[in-house]
Design a protein around this ligand. Structure first.
Ligand code: GCU
Length: 677
């Protein structure tokens, strides 16, 4: 049966398979032996069963498909140009159809390492499922970022912070003795899209995970993931020396504290020799950190970096640092804290920066730290789980949101200084590069709650591998691998996907509005939220609506967060007439009758965006209904039910926001917009 559990690895039966497609499975050969090569062999068998309902055949003498490390290949026989393949690195691969002297055609998957071969094999199998050929010139690929990580905000009690797909898939209680099949399936799915690291624990960390009892369990997971090329990382709670070390302080400049971390790191590496390193959230939202001792973020990061350096580990130090005690605009705080520290971090520290300066809103301008710390490697943190985009039930394909940020020009080295170039290290020549995605995975049968949210996990992996990949390619690939190649299904659904994030922006936070969601759970609308003690967690602080107008003035007449961006951006965004309207209320406070580019006033535009979002959500239901029978009923029905919820809740957002903001604008609901109920 078609099953959401199988993700984009469905291996649906091929219609009219070509000779080439059949040959690959009837006469294949894998050179060498290792646990990773066993996985490759198993994958070929799985694919063969799916594509042809047949066992695949190894063929030693006259293979039609060879999977081999370059060092084990007869380069001469296949007239292979060694110079073309030297750059593949430790994770790259190439796939090519080569002709021998005897005119035999052989498909070769080659790489420098077994992991490269695993990636190459998945790539080939995906090509076959999509009914695509290998171009004559071959496919040469290697990842553009070094560390491609999922961040699990999973707690040791198996709850998942901001997780909407069940509980944590890490069953700490049964570990280390029981290795659940889901761990293996998880590793396989990640490997199939190039993800090579996983941070098992929540950024709001628990120091218990660093005790021997838990390290045993972590080791069991690391051992399971290793043949799939996936390294394990943990979050380190800054106060661990106090909590589990019995020391009175966690001051990063204290010798005893430093020694404790050094010993702890050594211990971790005894369990897990290829342990990836630590992620740290410090001095933010109640987490302990160097501020507690009057130290800097660099003091904290460097202490941990020194501890893991002898073993090749890295520290991903999060820039999500802000405090309600700092009176300044929250947008500015991370920049103000980190920018002066540029050049003071150890070589094995990378600063992990969220895509925007507030917090994973449906749309944010890119974080001003990108490009602003030339001497420090920075990594991108995207959120895959939909904390602010309708949790599990709202379809929002996030690739366009990631792509939008990656393509933004920071202008720090003049035009063409895109955010993607900070991520791949090319902007300031950094070798240490990484991307993190906050996972949306849980114990739900289909992993991610909404079937379509599998696409966001997939998209994240593809963009971490290549930050220049396009949303359109990703959507199309995912649909074909997950459902069917039938264009009657793929074409309309691809449109739905590509427009879906903008639709969510339309019915939640159009025109640069942000942080107007309900308190604490962040699911529905809550522009009225004034919260408790913290202004930085309220909605009214961010939208600033009153009778005169709406929006947060972040220009020089206001908080001047805009001053943290390059001149070119300041000029463009500083002017209400030239700022892209999608960021208008993020940076400007404007009157209700302020005229937008279409000649209509702000209030009418706002109302029409909300209405547009509602209509798009309704239209999706109709289109999806019409596709019944094109895919299996189970998944069709599941998605339909969620889409219906989404359409209802788009109305909820529209009505709540228009009723609330209408109190201030005192303007009528314009024609074409339904009256709020
Ligand atoms: C958001 C989210 C928190 C999370 C935090 C973080 O604020 O609501 O649950 O801990 O981001 O990224 O650290």
């Amino acid at each position: 049966a078609n099953d959401g559990y199988k993700l984009w690895l469905q291996y649906n039966q091929l219609e009219n398979p070509s000779e080439w497609q059949k040959d690959c499975f009837e006469q294949y050969k894998i050179n060498g032996s290792s646990s990773t090569l066993d996985i490759i062999d198993d994958e070929i068998q799985k694919a063969s069963m799916g594509f042809f309902q047949k066992v695949a055949n190894q063929e030693q003498n006259n293979p039609k498909l060879i999977i081999s490390k370059i060092s084990d290949l007869d380069l001469k026989k296949f007239k292979l140009d060694a110079t073309k393949i030297t750059d593949l690195g430790s994770e790259g691969f190439f796939i090519q159809e080569l002709v021998t002297d005897s005119q035999d055609k052989t498909t070769i998957v080659a790489a420098n390492t077994d992991i490269g071969l695993l990636y190459g094999t998945f790539h080939l199998l995906q090509k076959i499922q999509k009914n695509e050929w290998i171009p004559i010139e071959g496919i040469f690929q290697s990842p553009k970022t070094q560390h491609r990580l999922l961040n699990h905000w999973d707690n040791l009690d198996r709850t998942v912070e901001r997780g909407y797909s069940g509980f944590s898939i890490w069953n700490w209680h049964r570990l280390p003795r029981h290795i659940d099949q889901q761990y293996i399936d998880y590793a396989r799915a990640n490997a199939s899209i190039g993800i090579n690291g996983t941070v098992l624990t929540n950024v709001n960390a628990n120091s218990l995970v660093l005790t021997p009892e838990y390290l045993e369990k972590v080791k069991a997971l690391a051992d399971t993931f290793r043949p799939y090329g996936i390294k394990v990382y943990l979050t380190a709670r800054f106060s661990s020396p106090i909590e589990i070390g019995g020391i009175k302080t966690a001051d990063p400049l204290d010798k005893e504290v430093q020694n404790w971390w050094n010993k702890k790191a050594k211990e971790v590496y005894e369990y897990i020799p290829d342990f990836g390193g630590f992620v740290v959230k410090a001095d933010s939202e109640g987490q302990p950190g160097p501020h507690n001792y009057g130290r800097t973020q660099a003091d904290g990061a460097n202490m941990l970096a020194d501890a893991v350096a002898p073993f090749g580990g890295i520290v991903m130090w999060r820039a999500f640092v802000y405090s309600e005690k700092t009176p300044d605009d929250r947008h500015k705080q991370a920049f103000n804290e980190f920018k002066p520290l540029d050049g003071t971090f150890r070589e094995n520290v990378i600063v992990q920066v969220k895509n925007g300066a507030i917090d994973f809103q449906p749309r944010e301008p890119f974080h001003p730290l990108f490009g602003a710390m030339p001497k420090t490697p920075l990594m991108m943190e995207f959120q895959i789980t939909q904390e602010y985009l309708g949790h599990d039930t709202h379809l929002a394909f996030l690739a366009p949101m990631y792509e939008e940020v990656l393509k933004e020009d920071t202008y720090v080295n003049g035009e063409g200084s895109e955010v993607a170039k900070t991520v791949d290290g090319s902007l300031h020549s950094h070798k240490l590069t990484a991307m993190a995605g906050v996972a949306n995975i849980g114990t739900d049968r289909n992993w991610t709650g909404h079937h379509f949210h599998q696409a966001n996990w997939f998209a994240y992996g593809k963009l971490a591998w290549d930050p220049y990949e396009t949303s359109e390619n990703i959507a199309e690939d995912w649909l074909k691998l997950t459902f069917t190649n039938n264009p009657d299904f793929v074409d309309p659904v691809k449109e739905i996907m590509l427009d879906s994030r903008e639709m969510v922006v339309n019915y939640m936070t159009p025109l640069g509005l942000h942080h107007i969601m309900a308190e604490s759970h962040h699911y529905g609308p809550g522009p009225w939220v004034t919260g408790g003690s913290r202004a930085d967690w309220t909605a009214t602080y961010y939208h600033q609506a009153d009778e005169n107008g709406i929006g947060f003035d972040r220009t020089s007449t206001g908080s001047n967060a805009l001053g943290q961006y390059a001149e070119e951006i300041q000029t463009k965004w500083g002017d209400v007439n030239s700022i892209p309207e999608e960021h208008l209320l993020w940076f400007h406070h404007v009157s209700w009758d302020h005229q937008l580019q279409n000649g209509d006033n702000l209030w009418n535009n706002l109302a029409k965006y909300y209405q547009k979002g509602v209509e798009e959500a309704r239209k999706n239901v109709k289109i999806w209904e019409s596709l019944k029978g094109k895919i299996d009923d189970d998944r069709h029905q599941h998605v339909l039910s969620f889409m219906t919820i989404q359409a209802e809740e788009a109305e909820w957002w529209r009505d709540a926001c228009l009723l609330y903001f209408g109190q201030f604008s005192k303007m009528p609901i314009p024609e074409g917009v339904e009256k709020p109920k």
